[in-house]
Design a protein around this ligand. Structure first.
Ligand code: SF4
Length: 501
């Protein structure tokens, strides 16, 4: 890239009439993206002409740029404003995700989780019913018309009575608010039983679990005292999926969601991990790299790795997923789906860590078992390791307005706007990207982050390089599969009745 401009030298001059755009070399061509998120590939020769200020009307390059809103004269300003407002409509509402850590106690020990668990005898880390009610009260005050209460831990099933109490209380209180209310539980499933399951199915609680890959790697990384963590998870995934079918739900849409944490060990097994997920009936695989919040420095040395190795793993795994799709298997990768939804259309999937500004505080709030409130679950984990930087209040003394106007939230919003940050401001991927400022703070000591040294940025660049590489190849079958991954099918069964009474 630098070479191209060195070559053009003093002849460099921008053609008039172009809108500001960013560019990046992908697969030997140049990807150009503009403020609307429209993009186009130009050849090296075409880029050279642009760098010399040459753009003749009636040429294929001129037509290509005009058709994708790169030329000022051909832009419909009203339509452009409408598109931007549509993409950023999440800014119209307050937080919709409310994470309640109902206990820190956990029956499993995971290599990548040191901060967010406590031993089973640490009963003082259980949320009380009174705190649970205050969490629900605050959640229902959100200006978002749809709210999700997500139960986390530790292992939430350890404090099942309080979880149940919060669900019943939320259902009763919501009659006065009439919000679209959803419940989600993130569990390792080892403490599930038929009675609990019957309640969760009856109350339409979505269930999400963790699978680290094939049995040998899962059990090595997630220790269950006196049991096999993988067998327990698999047994209950199958049981829950059957329960959904029994009540007449479409299994392609309603099934247990499982999440992967990609450790160093997992990097060696991209295809095996994909096959494990497919064999469990999962239609979406989220190839998440290990994050730095849960573990202490010593464990990081066991599970962490260079992000170029992760990118290699990601490419191999997604190529395998694409091959499975070509053979008729309907399965997608979640990162790809999030980025492609923004790249191929004007929809915003509202994934809080990959949007600009991020969802810290304005898209989500996390409530600790003791009632303390944080801008995200990661911010809460930082508190558990001794850094209260992301605490913005507590359920006893804070009111909703004060929380939303908190200076920490304002700072996090400023820090996560990609269009104003060094590095991102010049990055062709800025229209589709986002970072979590808590992650930058944890890894680099600043909420603004230095993206050229950021592991999140390395992953986001790697994934978008891969996706745009595929789009540049323009193979009709592959493009059709990638487009299919952007289709959202709403799971309306999980939405509680929204009419106020
Ligand atoms: S985080 Fe990295 S990939 Fe994303 S916009 Fe910023 S520089 Fe680009």
């Amino acid at each position: 890239m630098t070479q191209l401009f060195t070559e053009v030298g003093q002849a460099a001059k921008a053609p008039s009439g172009l809108v500001p755009f960013r560019f990046r070399e992908v697969g030997g061509d140049y990807l150009l993206s503009n403020f609307l998120g429209d993009w186009v590939f130009v050849t090296k020769d075409e880029m050279r002409s642009l760098a010399r200020g040459e753009l003749q009307t009636g040429t294929p390059l001129h037509d290509k740029l005009a058709s994708k809103n790169f030329l000022r004269d051909s832009i419909d300003a009203a339509k452009a404003a409408e598109r931007i407002a549509h993409k950023k409509r999440f800014l119209n509402y307050g937080p919709n995700l409310h994470i309640a850590v109902v206990t820190l106690r956990c029956n499993e020990t995971c290599v990548y989780c040191h901060a967010s668990r406590a031993n089973m005898d640490a009963v003082h880390t259980d949320m009380t019913p009174e705190i649970g009610e205050k969490v629900v009260d605050l959640m229902l005050q959100s200006t978002s018309p749809a709210v999700t209460l997500e139960f986390q831990g530790g292992e939430p099933l350890v404090n099942f009575p309080v979880m149940k109490h919060m669900i019943e209380y939320a259902l009763a209180r919501n009659r006065a608010y009439g919000k679209e209310l959803e419940f989600t539980m993130v569990s390792n499933l080892a403490m599930m039983d038929e009675e609990k399951l019957a309640y969760l199915i009856d109350r339409k609680v979505q269930i999400c679990t963790s699978i680290d890959g094939p049995e040998h790697i899962h059990t090595k990384q997630r220790k269950l005292v006196g049991g096999n963590s993988h067998r327990e998870a698999v047994k209950w995934i199958e049981r829950i999926n059957k329960a959904y079918i029994d009540i007449g739900l479409d299994p392609t849409l309603y099934h247990v969601e499982a999440l992967l944490t990609t450790t160093r060990e997992a990097l060696k097994l991209p295809r095996e991990i994909v096959d494990t997920y497919v064999s469990l009936g999962c239609r979406a695989i989220f190839l998440r790299p290990v994050d730095p919040f849960g573990f202490a420095g010593r464990t990081a040395q066991i599970v962490e790795y260079d992000r170029s190795a992760y990118n290699e793993f990601y490419r191999t795994a997604v190529e395998h997923i694409l091959d499975l799709n070509r053979k008729g298997e309907q399965v997608l990768e979640r990162y790809a789906s999030i980025f492609l939804t923004k790249i191929l259309g004007d929809e915003e999937p509202n994934f809080l860590d990959i949007r600009s500004p991020s969802g810290s505080g304005i898209g989500a709030l996390a409530y600790n078992y003791d009632g303390k409130i944080f801008t995200s679950d990661e911010g809460r984990m930082m508190y558990e390791t001794g850094d209260p930087a992301f605490q913005i209040g507590d359920v006893f003394s804070s009111n909703y307005r004060a929380l939303m106007k908190h200076e920490t939230i304002r700072a996090l919003v400023m820090a996560s706007i990609r269009d104003t940050q060094p590095d991102c401001v010049n990055c062709a991927y800025a229209p589709y990207c986002g970072v979590q400022p808590e992650h930058s703070y944890r890894t680099q000591g600043t909420i603004f982050g230095r993206m050229r040294e950021s592991t999140t940025c390395a992953v986001h660049k790697g994934i978008q390089d891969f996706l745009f590489g595929k789009l540049r190849e323009n193979d009709p079958k592959t493009t059709e599969i990638l487009r299919r991954w952007t289709t959202v099918r709403a799971r309306t069964h999980f939405i509680q009745a929204s009419s106020a009474s």
